[in-house]
Write a protein that binds this ligand. Structure first.
Ligand code: UTP
Length: 223
């Protein structure tokens, strides 16, 4: 089984981040040690948003702010690499390098790659490039809802979602630091390569379930 996992940058913001990072790393290591191949992509979290905001206040251009975000994602990637037993030692900065890591049976860890999109897009691209059987997208929301759960108390988590559902929930904001649950670029890649995608929550338990095929969060279906 070949899987690509996107981990929200919020992992690195928590008070108990060290324990959480270790528990995520353990699930990834164990999955790989059982004969599977896994790659991880991490977001920038609060620190990237704060620094992007700082840069915006002093008038930096959006592409420069994206670069600031990418740098922060790569710092988070370095932290995750340190927690893994089976990691490729350097942060992945182009898609093909992840293939090299897999050929050495090492776990490639990436942050952002280029301005203009989010780490969700990077993860989808990596899943496409590596012909992964599964793309697991771990987000704070934990699933795709029929309506915005922060606005509607009766919002319902959807077990199965279509590409159209994903497009509907996109907020359409593409400023640096503001990409939401999933971005347009990621949805387009999932669609064109019909990547088996599961959107689940930010816990090691959810990650384990998603990797081992247990029902969790929302799964993208193609009609
Ligand atoms: P993300 O938006 O992906 O991280 O990257 P996040 O805020 O932690 O989001 P989640 O919770 O993981 O989904 C941080 C910023 O880095 C830039 C963007 O500005 C993005 O908002 N970035 C990231 C890029 O420009 N290109 C990339 O390939 C990745």
């Amino acid at each position: 089984m070949k899987a690509v996992v996107k981990i929200s940058g919020s992992l690195f913001d928590e008070d108990d981040a060290a324990d959480k990072i270790r528990s995520f790393a353990e699930v990834l290591d164990e999955f790989q040690e059982r004969g599977n191949l896994v790659a991880a992509v991490v977001g920038g979290g609060r620190r990237s948003r704060e620094l992007i905001e700082l840069g915006r206040k002093i008038g930096a251009s959006e592409d420069v702010l994206d670069e600031v975000g990418i740098d922060l994602t790569r710092i988070n990637a370095k932290i995750l690499i340190s927690a893994l037993r089976n990691s490729y030692p350097k942060v992945i900065i182009d898609l093909r390098e992840a293939e090299v890591a897999w050929s050495l049976r090492r776990i490639p860890v990436a942050g952002g790659l280029s301005p203009g999109h989010s780490t969700n897009a990077v993860a989808a691209l990596l899943a496409e490039h590596l012909r992964a059987d599964l793309f697991v997208n771990l987000t704070k929301a934990g699933a795709v809802y029929d309506r915005d759960p922060s606005l509607y108390r009766d919002a319902r988590a959807l077990e199965r979602v279509t590409i159209e559902d994903l497009r509907r929930i996109l907020k359409g904001s593409f400023e640096a630091g503001t990409y939401e649950l999933i971005d347009d670029v990621a949805v387009g890649i999932i669609e064109r390569s019909r990547i088996r995608t599961v959107i689940a929550g930010m816990s090691a338990a959810d990650l384990r379930k998603a990797l081992y095929g247990e029902r969790i969060g929302s799964i993208v279906v193609f009609e």
